[in-house]
Design a protein around this ligand. Structure first.
Ligand SMILES: *Cc1c(COP(=O)(O)O)cnc(C)c1O
Length: 357
């Protein structure tokens, strides 16, 4: 049976990425060796790294003066690396979910951390709209897509201080005005490639303003100076991510991806709003994520929750159980998810509604 992969991360990748990765594992760039057993200093791998950085810049239209890095340690390491490198006196954060909270916790270890607004009062089911960013903050940190709660800041906001974003789960889902940010980071495993690589897009001239000790490996400068090749990079993850970038370019880039994502999410939200069994977890349509669509079973039908999951899985639907901290359901509709999978889920929801009512 065909599987419809709605996992939140690691998550669906283009078939192209999987096939090219298998090829690279068997015979990398005509070397007769596997990518797994070739030096990261070989000319073949250096070409992979350079092309991945180049395609990042091309697809996101990254201006001059920025570097693209592929690091290890996940987005979670960035929660500490950002303040370690950039928090001098004070940092400002927007608390829109579990990942934001983790970033805030790390920042507090490095200096004054102001939470300008939080949606924790309603289990993060909305985006705070009115907040003041202190003009003397070293930076303002946001999480553009809240993978767990299912909200998304879908535009590039204006900030009076340098803007930093965790874009783990919506990078490459839409065009981004990178010039509005000084740093964008995320784990690759949501919309880009396998786990193991963390991407960082960083404006080169923002560094060098803090006095504290920064361990070599946690210093962005170390990696910028060496073109992200200071030590062994996550070679397989970068190789695989490069295949996704090629696939994305072939399929019209981020503008076309955004169009497809709006269409897919629209189909699913429409059914959630129509179906008598379900309610969207995020009430305000403006705040709803196009990547992680969260919904719950209405109180009156709660006892059917497990039956719905079972019914969905009988139809090849994988990964729609909500995050353990919020329950309900979450369908992740990343770039690689075909519209057909969303249509199958909608049909399953309609058929299940008929069974119950
Ligand atoms: C998944 C996720 C993280 C954590 O990423 P790791 O690579 O597992 O550390 C952080 N932020 C957001 C928004 C995420 O979706």
């Amino acid at each position: 049976m065909k599987k419809h992969n709605f996992y939140a991360g690691p998550s669906i990748l283009p078939q192209y990425t999987i096939e090219k990765t298998i090829e690279g594992i068997q015979n990398f760039a005509g070397t007769g060796l596997s990518i797994l057993e070739v030096s990261h200093r070989s000319k073949e791998f250096v070409a992979v790294m350079e092309e991945a950085q180049q395609l990042f810049k091309e697809l996101l239209d990254i201006p001059d003066g920025y570097s693209v890095l592929f690091l290890q340690g996940g987005a979670s390491t960035q929660f500490a690396m950002v303040p370690n490198n950039l928090l001098n006196k004070k940092a400002a954060y927007l608390d829109t979910g579990a990942w934001s909270s983790k970033a805030i916790k790390e920042a507090k270890g490095f200096g004054e951390t102001v939470v300008v607004a939080s949606s924790k009062d309603k289990a993060y089911n909305y985006l705070p709209k009115d907040f003041d960013i202190p003009a003397d903050a070293d930076y303002f940190h946001i999480t553009t897509n809240n993978t767990i709660a299912g909200t998304e800041i879908k535009t590039d906001i204006d900030s009076p201080v340098p803007l930093i974003a965790d874009m783990s789960s919506d990078i490459f889902s839409r065009p981004v005005d990178v010039s509005k940010y000084v740093l964008i980071y995320g784990g690759a495993q949501k919309n880009l490639g396998p786990a193991g690589a963390t991407f960082v897009i960083i404006k080169d001239d923002i560094l060098g303003k803090v006095d504290r000790h920064i361990p070599t490996m946690l210093n962005y400068k170390t990696h910028i100076d060496k073109g992200s090749m200071f030590n062994t990079p996550p070679v397989l993850a970068v190789f695989s991510a490069l295949q996704t970038l090629k696939w994305l370019k072939e399929n019209g880039g981020v503008a076309a991806a955004q169009k497809r994502n709006i269409e897919k999410a629209g189909i699913l939200y429409h059914e959630i709003d129509r179906n008598k069994l379900f309610t969207a977890a995020v009430p305000n349509p403006e705040d709803r994520s196009l990547m992680n669509i969260t919904f719950v079973m209405n109180e009156a039908y709660k006892e059917h929750e497990q039956a719905f999951l079972d019914y969905a899985s009988q139809h090849g639907i994988v990964g729609i159980k909500g995050h353990r901290s919020v329950g309900g359901f979450r369908a992740s509709t990343y770039n690689a998810l075909p519209k057909e999978s969303v249509e199958v889920l909608v049909t399953v929801m309609q058929d299940f509604e008929k069974k119950v009512l």
